[in-house]
Design a protein around this ligand. Structure first.
Ligand SMILES: [Zn+2]
Ligand SMILES: [Zn+2]
Length: 280
């Protein structure tokens, strides 16, 4: 077996726009602490943005002070607490300095409130700390940690991280997770088993975007079309999988090989005629 990498790199590079403000994210019932650049987290995930920077405008277009693109790699951004419009951090700092004691926002003319660098805290008790740890590593380094999979040959942590991506609405992270699973399959021929599949099938879908759930279910079904063997259906194994997964695999097989699965009418006709003759 070739050596297994325990980190899978993805093409996505970490966002250099880290911003100036840190936020302390407390994850899960045990409140595991993660310190994160707020802007980085919010640029990645509309879910976190809705809690941490409610109403902030999308980062596109130009800075209305210097008229240059907001989306440059080398400039930090900030935004007006009143109108929620984005500016380069350096541009607004210069603006504020020139303005004197009570600076106004150049756009909405509301009082400019400096976002301070003091860490604020947000708790997300419903999220899973292991998932967040993977996400944290990915947004900073662009790599996915696959240690558990390789040690336990269990894909459940990766499927769980994918579902986290759907929940926090970060499709790029979801894609990176699927790429990591493909890489592991390519290197080791390992593929997700019952526990991992149960996660993607036995869940309360109300917290998720349905398209994201269908994507992982489809991915798992196609993994089985490529990797599973016929004897998998003969022993007791299949009964341990969610019923809906078994249904989806069966449907996908019929769709993939419609002709192979046509009833062999001629064979049966000949067989029945032979029996008929025997009886006579
Ligand atoms: Zn600017
Ligand atoms: Zn404003």
């Amino acid at each position: 077996m070739p050596p297994i990498r325990n980190r899978v790199s993805t093409r996505e590079k970490a966002n250099p726009q880290l911003g100036v403000k840190f936020v302390l994210i407390l994850v899960g019932a045990k409140k595991r602490h993660f310190q994160v650049h707020e802007d980085l987290l919010c640029a990645r995930s509309p879910y976190f943005r809705s809690f941490l920077q409610a109403g902030r405008r999308d980062i596109d277009g130009d800075c209305s002070i210097c008229l240059e693109d907001l989306r440059t790699d080398d400039k930090d951004l900030t935004y007006c607490m009143q109108c929620k419009m984005n500016f380069h951090f350096g541009c607004i700092a210069e603006w504020v300095k020139q303005y004197g004691q009570h600076p106004l926002c150049p756009l909405c003319r509301g009082h400019w409130i400096q976002r301070n660098r003091i860490i604020s805290k947000f708790a997300f008790p419903d999220l899973n700390a292991m998932d967040f740890a993977k996400y944290h590593e990915w947004i900073y380094s662009g790599t996915i940690n696959c240690n558990e999979v390789i040690e336990q040959q269990d894909f459940a942590p990766l499927v769980s991280a994918y579902l986290f991506a759907v929940k926090v609405k970060d499709q790029k992270f979801g894609t990176a997770i699927l790429q990591a699973m493909l890489e592991i399959y390519k290197d080791t021929a390992l593929y997700p088993e019952q526990d991992a599949i149960a996660l993607a099938y036995n869940l309360d879908t109300s917290a998720y975007q349905i398209a994201g759930i269908h994507r992982i279910q489809r991915f798992l079904v196609e993994t089985y079309l490529a990797a599973a063997h016929a004897h998998w259906f003969e022993d007791e194994e299949w009964a341990k999988y969610p019923h809906e997964f078994f249904r989806d695999v069966t449907v996908a097989m019929f769709l993939e090989h419609p002709r192979k699965n046509k009833w062999a009418l001629d064979t049966w006709k000949a067989k029945l005629e032979a029996e008929e003759n025997d009886v006579e």
